[in-house]
Design a protein around this ligand. Structure first.
Ligand SMILES: Cc1cc2nc3c(=O)[nH]c(=O)nc-3n(C[C@H](O)[C@H](O)[C@H](O)COP(=O)(O)OP(=O)(O)OC[C@H]3O[C@@H](n4cnc5c(N)ncnc54)[C@H](O)[C@@H]3O)c2cc1C
Length: 403
């Protein structure tokens, strides 16, 4: 059965989140773009009071045969509304985030409980996921951070860069960062495991918080691990080198790519909505019923923006819907991420273009949306990497055959 209608539950929460985004995010959007490294503390407290009642995690270890749910579809719909409000503030929301997604994808039921329970109690908290290193980004199998067993502890050594919410997770709250490290370099991918490093662990130091083009309300940290000791059972999933390993941690992306796509769609929709209103105010009506040869260039451009956005949203909903049914969505997660990342960069640039100098001016948020857009084409696998995954899955090539 194919049904594109949202359930009353999702639709109600979509409307509530939209109202909250309009009333609490838009008014501080410019301010926290300009005050890049400052925390919107009051807003964080307010959103934590809501989000800690029902913390959002992606994936959640749903297995085939569990029966359908709609939690992932509900998440992507919510993320679109929050990012319509402000994508940087959305990324700064205290919640399990990417770290939580990794725990949900690769952790045992006991680990999920142990690490995620904190997100429904106490003060605001964040979690991050640290894969990228100075010498390893797209090729995540090339990471060099090591985890060496010493009795009932692991000792981590290495440098991670560009960790979203890393500063807030490790030094500003009682959160954690999931760190990818190799337990055996000679084993290649099979030796790569994910480890939970709790806030305040000696040997884990945030050495830099990046200045960025967009999503400036979100912190992006460089972290050095120097003889950082963590408990043995903070390794996520099976500790055996021959176990799930890299495949298990890579499953995190099948859950997080639709979330990134949804954020991209939210930014693109902000731009489309704004242009539609601006055109209406200027007395320009889009004639959807007019034959193609009679459309103005502006009408064509606007329809193109709308259809690109709709196509990206449908791919994203499909990837989330599959997750809700415990279906393998590796292809669909990369499809929606690559489409939405490209769509948002094209749509926001077109919005600036249509609005002319006003679009370029800081009087409006349109130039900010254009800056916020680009990251969706970079993190959680770049445009090129996701397209390569799509090609591999469709053509039936292995990682070795197509890279
Ligand atoms: C704001 C921000 C937040 C981030 N948050 C996180 C986070 O929370 N956790 C985390 O671990 N990382 C994070 N990252 C890092 C991000 O995931 C990486 O930047 C990304 O994966 C690309 O890796 P790289 O920077 O090493 O680029 P490279 O891998 O060096 O890529 C450079 C260019 O080469 C292209 N390229 C690379 N390999 C191929 C190939 N085989 N075929 C075709 N083209 C190729 C890429 O598409 C890209 O255009 C973040 C980055 C930013 C900017």
């Amino acid at each position: 059965m194919i049904d594109f209608e949202l359930s009353p539950g999702i639709e109600n929460s979509r409307q509530m989140i939209h109202m909250m985004a309009e009333q609490t995010m838009r008014p501080i959007s410019r301010e926290y773009d300009e005050r890049e490294h400052e925390d919107p503390t009051e807003w964080h407290q307010m959103i934590w009071a809501i989000s800690s009642q029902s913390p959002v995690t992606f994936g959640g270890g749903k297995k085939k045969g569990d029966g359908p749910s709609e939690s992932n579809l509900a998440s992507v719909v919510s993320i679109e509304e929050l990012s319509w409000g402000d994508a940087g503030l959305y990324l700064s929301i205290p919640n399990p985030g990417l770290g939580g997604a990794a725990v949900a994808a690769a952790g045992t039921p006991e680990q999920r409980k142990r690490f995620l329970a904190r997100f429904s109690e106490g003060a605001p908290k964040w979690a991050g996921m640290a894969i990228t290193e100075p010498g390893a980004g797209s090729d995540s199998a090339a990471i060099t951070t090591t985890a060496t067993r010493d009795g009932d502890e692991w000792v981590l050594n290495g440098t991670k860069i560009f960790c979203t919410s890393g500063h807030r997770a490790l030094e500003k709250s009682e959160g954690f960062v999931v760190v990818w490290a190799t337990v055996d370099k000679s084993a290649g991918r099979a030796g790569i495991k994910a480890f939970v490093v709790d806030h305040g662990t000696p040997g884990a130091t945030v050495v830099r918080v990046e200045d960025k083009l967009g999503i400036r309300a979100s912190d992006t940290a460089a972290i050095v691990f120097e003889n950082c000791r963590i408990p043995y059972d903070n390794i996520l999933g099976n500790p055996e080198v021959k176990g799930e390993g890299f495949k298990g941690v890579m499953a995190t992306f099948d859950a997080t790519r639709p979330a990134v796509a949804a954020s991209a769609i939210g930014i693109a929709r902000a731009a489309v909505d704004f242009v539609r209103e601006a055109l209406a105010k200027a007395g320009v009506e889009i004639r959807y019923e007019a034959p193609a040869h009679k459309l103005t260039a502006l009408e064509r451009d606007f329809m193109d923006m709308e259809s690109t956005l709709q196509a990206a949203r449908l791919l994203t909903w499909r990837a989330a819907w599959m997750m809700d049914r415990g279906m393998h969505n590796n292809l669909e997660a990369s499809m929606c991420k690559s489409k939405a990342g490209l769509a948002v960069t094209q749509v926001t640039q077109k919005a600036v273009e249509i609005l002319g100098p006003l679009g370029y001016s800081r009087k409006l948020l349109v130039e900010k949306w254009m800056r916020d857009a680009k990251i969706n084409d970079i993190f959680e696998g770049t445009q090129q990497i996701n397209l390569m995954i799509v090609a591999r899955r469709i053509l039936g090539y292995s990682n070795k055959e197509l890279n």
